[in-house]
Design a protein around this ligand. Sequence first.
Ligand code: G
Ligand code: G
Ligand code: MN
Ligand code: NA
Length: 254
Amino acid sequence: HYLSAQLEEALDNGEFSLHYQPQVSAASGRIENLEALLRWEPAEGPPLSPAEFIPLAERSGVIHRMGDWVIEEACRQQVEWRAKGFHEHRVDINVSGRQLVRPDALKSFEDALQRHGLGPRDIGIELTENVLIEADETVLEDLWRLYHRGIHIAIDDFGTGYSSLSYLKHFPVTALKIDRSFIHDAPTQPKDRAIMEGAIFIGHRLGLEVVAEGVENAEQLSLLREMHCDLIQGFFFYRPMPAKDIDRLLGGFV
Ligand code: G
Ligand code: G
Ligand code: MN
Ligand code: NA
């Protein structure tokens, strides 16, 4: 496999990096969390989006090494931020279903936290609905253990998976991220607005934190504030950016 060999080589050569996108409090605008997003900048050619190379990495199995790298790098960076006196924000990493096929994936996540002296306030995870639906017993036990240790577990792209709402009852989850497709047209489309409002309501009734993704304009933001959404992520506030730019944001030198 030419492309999987390329991915391996890219890992060896340090061509991957993490960018971070802030999530701000809807009420105060303060930065609360950072979502870590993988970037590949090949030595030759234009940068590639994870939407392009994650599926490939999943098919070839490179995803496991890549996932380990992401965890390690997110932990390293968070330790660096803490040492610089930035104590408030949490970093959340994305974990795909394929990664959880490896039985020790979540254990190695916990090991990494421990090795770096980090805890639940430092690093969280984002999973899609389908990951939960397809998870086997071992994965679920591991997720429950993380949950009981206070690790933040968000459902990503909420509302777009092939699932019923019942998984909210059965699975360990601390937050919902409303998929950006519902946010996008909420100001003009009553159905999108109803789904967005319903998701916020249900999230809050279940004691979950609710995050809106893909917020791009003031109209969307104002609706979300009216509906008491907790956190806002999107280009309206911040794009994903390299860690050094986050330093400047957290340091207040905007
Ligand atoms: O950042 P961008 O919008 O290009 O991300 C596209 C998709 O890739 C998103 O669904 C995101 O969740 C996923 N993604 C980004 N970084 C990672 C990562 O480190 N691991 C996994 N498994 N998925 C990621
Ligand atoms: O599926 P996931 O939520 O992990 O996807 C994160 C991706 O969403 C990132 O790659 C990021 O670039 C993208 N993203 C973040 N904010 C916005 C936004 O306001 N609008 C759009 N279209 N995409 C966004
Ligand atoms: Mn995500
Ligand atoms: Na998402």
